[in-house]
Ligand binder design. Sequence first.
Ligand SMILES: [Zn+2]
Length: 226
Amino acid sequence: MKQTILGKSVKGKEIKGYFFGDEKSFNKTIIIGGIHGVEPQSAEVCELYIDEIKNKPFPGDCFLVLIPCINPDGIELKTRGNANGVDLNRNFPSNGWQSIPLANNSAYYPGVKPASEPETQIIVNLLNKYNFKKILAIHTNHTIQFPNPPMVNYDGEQSRELAEKVSAAIGLPSHHDIGYPTPGSLGCWIGKDLKKISVTVELDDTKTVSELYKKHGVMFEVGVVN
Ligand SMILES: [Zn+2]
């Protein structure tokens, strides 16, 4: 395991990446937590997984970059967006990126332009550097406007198989549509535009981190080896 600083947040906090396995491996995965600052459990389950595997042998022919917390300012401020008030999951450079937040709700403010935020740029740079096979984003179903049940969501038909494997392993339903438009989301960009595998896990916001990890922690290994 190698830990590096991938970049800094708007407020200058270090954003850490944890690298596992051989980067020459074909099966390359990115896992991202803490995209929304109001969903701290999504970062904490990633930390528990790092603790569990850091001293163990990593599966052969697999490479993982794990970013437990891409939005440390949002976590500190307890806001969905980053320190600029930008919803990072509406700031990715997808074809359908929109400058107007969904339903004019500022919680979904997408920023002044696609990938305007340093946190978003970290992911864009990783995508440009490595030829990743798949991305898993870990969220909770914290309600802003639309209450979602906990689920495994995926973008693009190429993502269905992995979503169904994760779904079967962790006991949450798999669904291809979260129920409302998400222009500029990671899933739209990776799954719909780049046609890579993009799976989003929405964990139950009412559960503690240890409960979530015990019930669903296997999602990490399933995401890595498949
Ligand atoms: Zn979220």
